[in-house]
Design a protein around this ligand. Sequence first.
Ligand code: DGJ
Length: 741
Amino acid sequence: MTIRIEDQNLLFHLQTDHTSYIFRVMENGELGQLYYGKRVHAKPAYDNLATKTWHNVAALWRQEQHDLHPQLLKQEYASLGKGDFRDPAYQVTQENGSRITEFKYQEYQLVDGKKHLKGQLSTFDDNGDDAQTLTIVLKDQLLGLVMNLKYTIFPHQDVIIRSTSFQNQGTEKLTVNSAASAQLDLPDADYDFIQFSGAWARERHLIRTHLRSGIQSVGSLRGTSSHQQNPFVMLARPTASDATGSVYGFNLVYSGNFRDQVQVDQYDASRILVGINPQEFAWNLKPGETFQTPEAVLSYTDAGMNQLSQQMGAFYQEHLVNQRFAHEQRPTLINNWEATFMDFDEAKLLDFAKTAKKLGLEMFVLDDGWFGHRNNDDSSLGDWFVNEPKFPNGFGNFANQIHDLGLKFGLWFEPEMISIDSELYKQHPDWLINAPGRHASPERQQFVLDMTRPEVVDYLFSAMSKIIDMTKLDYIKWDMNRNITETSSGQLSSDDQLEMPHRYILGVYQLYDRLVKTYPDVLFESCSSGGGRFDLGMMYYAPQAWTSDDTDAVERMMIQFGTSYGYPQMMMGAHVSAVPNDQVGRITSLETRSNVAYFGDFGYELDITKMSAEEQQQVKEQTAFYKAHRQLFQFGKFYRIDNPFENGGNVMSWEVVSADKQHAIAGRYQLLNRPNIGYIRFKVVGLDPDTKYIVNGSTEEFYGDELMNAGLVLDDILKATHGTDRSADFSSKLLVIDAIK
Ligand code: DGJ
């Protein structure tokens, strides 16, 4: 048993392989949090951990319980207005306007395994990995409202999944104004809050700040999880690093508006709330109805952030990602976007595809501009039929030619969008999201479809299906290039308008669900102007995501490094593009560009037909190299070594290691070169100390402990450029490390 229940004391101890999560039913019938951290022994009670001291100026639960002050308690799912005064986990408004609730413990249910949540995407334990699920049932008798707090432990990845549902068994209409997926009250505030923030083309840069009194939060009101903030956050002890120390990770299985918040109170306790953003949200619960929150992912380790990323990443691979692709090597690809934008015809594309095949690439992805009459971004979104002038011989015929070359065929869609200049808008102007009496704000000359409407989901499914069938498609890049404004739905009543943002995302998931089930062999890559929807909700359907529109090698180092904290590298689409780079104008070598892109789902996004014979040869060799090491690059254990967000950021390094520690590849990258520097000793990690290795085919042999502790002297970084016209800036070096048999 990994979930231990002390029935007498109503104490719940969730034990994973290395962590313990303990809570109990308190004297007032609510749940009190006792401990979350490194695994401790199971005991019948932990009286010492239950904070109970009488305070003069603090509301009491009841006069006779003179030591039960809500504001001093560590709670599991705090209510509003009963003397806690920190932000609550939920708020429910009643017909009489009251927001006061009193939930009391009723019972628990404990089952082996993990069921999929009804009507929502969720984590799972379909392959039997010892998951256990505990549901704590609480009830507000006055309202007849039942609250189910769900906990699933995945012991081997040290992950706990939490979610909450509200079930209206009463007779009045209630409104859920907020409902966190998880709350965690920690007893002190000596933590750094680590967030992943940015903007379009510079997503997920690491920001680390020490907690202070008051609220620190990240969130989104854009209708997407966003480029600006990511739902993955960490709380780490100030001394914690990638290699060592205590750290908690939190994420949300959701793609819409979210909020992750930490509140430090007057006693220096920290309350973490993770869930749908309460702003722009309310859910009406009629008698008989249930509201289910998305799931939150919690994980802890005392062994540093690399360990945290690895255990959470392993968890996603086994229990979240579409299992059809979770372990399957992803194809190398050529994408035409940065090469042609929308200026292409059939002949040009075929030339492209033939060259790609010759150079060893495996999939041709046709990006934006193949449909309607789209030749720039002012038209045709929603018209998912082929742009005939560009494909005069038919689209099916074009796809056949790609397949006949021995390549897979992938296609770009932006399903959630509509252009004013489109057939779809002529037929269904009311499908465009807008508020009554207002003008709709354009972004990139496009507007958003009302995904809350079942008829919109039906239309998109049928239009996309026709293309998938006609082209025997292997891959879809599902883009989403703007945020949602004037959030409102013509098909919802005025009372239900605050349900719109959440219903929108549920509509997106429904479309994904139907497509994934109907076309199980189609690989999806999610995208939102690059990495604007890089989250676990998308990951459930789309095993990979376009990490950023910024393909510059230097910018990508930081973006991929930052992203790797919360997401495994098999999720990161990473392409080599042309120089000067389209986004920053920087010139880096083809070698450095590929050395960065290798650590993800590799491809090219430049005009390979215009490359010199020498460059094409390089592309051929790079592709062959990647394919030879693809398993390691995509699925190896990922370690961050030198952090570009620290120490001036001139050096970055990372490494992938095979599960059996027989193979590893480390990449070291340097931005600006320096004159007259000392020797660099590069220490790799994750090897077996007692195994002998060679590096890049060397004759010298090294024990793992030597490479990890003494390091390898890199003295050729400067020398490599002498006598050439290559810049020594933006240099990079790969170490291919192989155990000697
Ligand atoms: C934004 C994506 O991130 C790009 O890769 C490309 O697909 C364009 N949209 C196409 O409009």
